[in-house]
Design a protein around this ligand. Sequence first.
Ligand code: UDP
Ligand code: MG
Length: 321
Amino acid sequence: MRNIKDISVIIPIYNESNIILELYERLVKVLTELALSYEIIFVNDGSSDDSMQQILALSRKDKDVLYIDFNRNFGHQIAVSAGMEQCLGRCAVIIDGDLQDPPELIPKLYSEYKKGYDVVYAQRNKRLGETFLKKITAKMFYRILERITNFTIPFDAGDFRLIDKKVVVALNEMTEPNKFLRGQIAWLGFSHTSVKFDRDSRKQGVSGYSYGKMFRLALDAITGFSDRPLLFVSRLGLIISLLSFFIILFAVFSYFALDRTVSGWTSLIISSAFIGGIQLLSIGIIGEYIARIDKSVKKRPLYMVKDTNIIPAVDEGSKDD
Ligand code: UDP
Ligand code: MG
């Protein structure tokens, strides 16, 4: 049987081989100074380098190092979710595996948690080593999200945060396949506070979040927490219908009353290109929602585990005497 620890640290890993040891050492130092019993759960999200060997080596040395090794790359949010499904700590810290989130911030997060907050998120003051494009797109994304959802998702906070066990339990009950954890946590509405920090640049390697992955996360966030885009489509339809009604009136009036036909090709090409574009955009927006319904209906497992050293919790009914 696994003991319940004070804190579970969940770390998604995608090609972080050169950092894992330093991350582990810095984490253990911080957690020992806090005198907390801990479990560190590495979720290897289909790394193609030797991250898994590093994790295995640590787990042989330290029985509190747990790992889940995925069959392939299933994505950061899924990796964190897998860690949360298995963690037993009284609280959990979600932290990136590239040392952009400094483990040394954990004592601050923990002390806020001890004041009674269920969610303590780390908010970025500065974002070092990130491109202008990444910063500006991230900023735009948070601002748009703020406007189209009915609850507040904190600006400039990633997934680096400390959450109480009850938040973990609630998240595990949210079975949507398209995860956007920081939105889900905000949606749950537990008491929360933030701690500011300067985000370092990556210790090594490149970001595992390509612009494609970021764009998909942004779409998951928007479609998962707002139906405003659908409202936008129907409103646009209404406005364009009204507008065309007046254009039709004008054209008919001009033909019969003024004996003047509205002149040809330019007006036709403009209107058909305009409507064509609007229609495709609208179908695309609706399609994004349908694709997510499709994924939910299929109920496929969210990830496949190749190997793990986590012994599943024994369920009461199947216990041997
Ligand atoms: N990561 C992951 N799966 C992925 C991409 C990233 O598990 O498909 C992990 C990665 O190892 C890191 C964290 O998620 O621990 C954040 O990723 P990254 O640093 O690449 O994102 P960024 O900081 O650039 O937003
Ligand atoms: Mg990073």
